[in-house]
Design a protein around this ligand. Structure first.
Ligand code: ATP
Length: 328
């Protein structure tokens, strides 16, 4: 278990991590999500005693990192795959770590096997691909057979096979009862892996929730309606107490009404429809809405994702729609 209490880190005027309090529990993958610069890496570095907090503290199974005896037996971390000595073979790299941490030598072959690097154990990591480097980093994290594992953006830059492998590994480690804490800036990635979610923005806690709850609260459904008579269709809908929201391409988003009902209304008032499709807002959009205020650098002139536009004033006069009389 990892417990953070009021964890804060300031660099001069900049507050990178702002009074974070949350607990990472065993037996599940906890996703640590935030836009670039949110403070994820700084938080993880403080968890590992690589940076000291300005205030607050973090405990690993009840102790500060510097109070742990043989810390690799308690917590293993993949921070940056590049932090490998290029001149030593993969095996020797792990051997050095094992010797420094009182880890039995036989564990080296087990972890090399587990990450699929046995065949290249005698090779130098200098020539490894990004995926192989990540695997070696994970082997190092697993070396002490720790109960707690931490991965900082582990799928960055990997091919689909490597991504799939890491996802399954994290779930497997959690199913063994370990605490698995993994950072990402991609909600879609977390939705596939994590059971619990901690979201931060500008160093502050924005959400600490189960993934199921987050999905239930944020999976907005709506119907996309496209018609060459948008003003008329809007009148029809507002007459029935439904206010559509216009998207940038002129299509409408309609919430709370079944597509079949919208189709019937359109038919009754003889409005031509070009599209009538049920939609689900993506979790990525929900995450971006949640963190929109705390993104450090925005692209200019970009509408926020999922943000639809209201029709401009004067575009439509409103009022009650008149059904079109059918000719007999
Ligand atoms: N050593 C440092 N000195 C000054 N500012 C720092 C330092 N380390 C981090 N920061 C700042 O603290 C903030 C948080 O950075 P951090 O790297 O923890 O974010 P992050 O969520 O991991 O982002 P990314 O996904 O881009 O790695 C950023 O604004 C960063 O510029």
């Amino acid at each position: 278990m990892i417990e953070l209490r009021g964890l804060t880190k300031r660099y001069g005027d900049k507050t990178a991590v702002d009074n974070l309090t949350f607990t990472v529990r065993p037996g599940m993958v906890t996703g640590f999500l935030g836009p670039n610069g949110a403070g994820k890496s700084t938080t993880m570095r403080m968890m590992l005693g690589l940076d000291s907090p300005t205030s607050g503290d973090v405990h690993i199974d009840g102790k500060r990192y510097d109070q742990l005896r043989d810390p690799l037996n308690h917590i293993g971390a993949l921070l940056e795959a590049k932090a490998v000595h290029g001149g030593r073979s993969a095996y020797n790299h792990l051997l050095c770590m094992a010797q420094a941490n009182n880890i039995p030598k036989k564990r080296i072959n087990s972890v090399l096997d587990l990450v699929g690097l046995s065949d290249v154990a005698k090779k130098r990591p200098k020539g490894f691909s990004l995926g192989m480097g990540q695997r070696l980093g994970i082997a190092a994290a697993l070396l002490g057979n720790p109960k707690i594992l931490m991965f900082d953006e582990p799928v960055n830059g990997l091919d689909p096979e490597g991504i799939h492998w890491i996802r399954n590994l994290m779930k497997h480690l959690a199913s063994e009862g370990r605490t698995v804490f993994v950072s990402s800036h991609l909600m879609s990635e977390m939705a596939l892996t994590a059971e619990h979610l901690v979201v931060i923005g500008r160093g502050k806690l924005l959400a600490d929730t189960s993934m199921a709850d987050f999905i239930a609260k944020n999976s907005r459904t709506f119907v996309r309606v496209r018609t060459p008579q948008p003003e008329r269709m809007r009148d029809v809908l507002t007459h029935h107490g439904v206010v559509p929201v216009f998207e940038q391409d002129g299509a409408m988003q309609v919430e709370g009404v079944e597509p079949a009902r919208i189709g019937e209304m359109a038919a009754y008032y003889q409005v031509v429809l070009h599209e009538l499709s049920p939609q689900k807002a993506s979790l990525e959009e929900a995450f971006m809405r949640l963190t929109a205020e705390s993104v450090e650098y925005h692209a200019q002139h970009q509408a926020a994702p999922g943000q639809a536009q209201q029709p401009s004033r004067g575009q439509d006069q409103g009022g009650k729609p008149k059904p079109v009389r059918r000719k007999r």
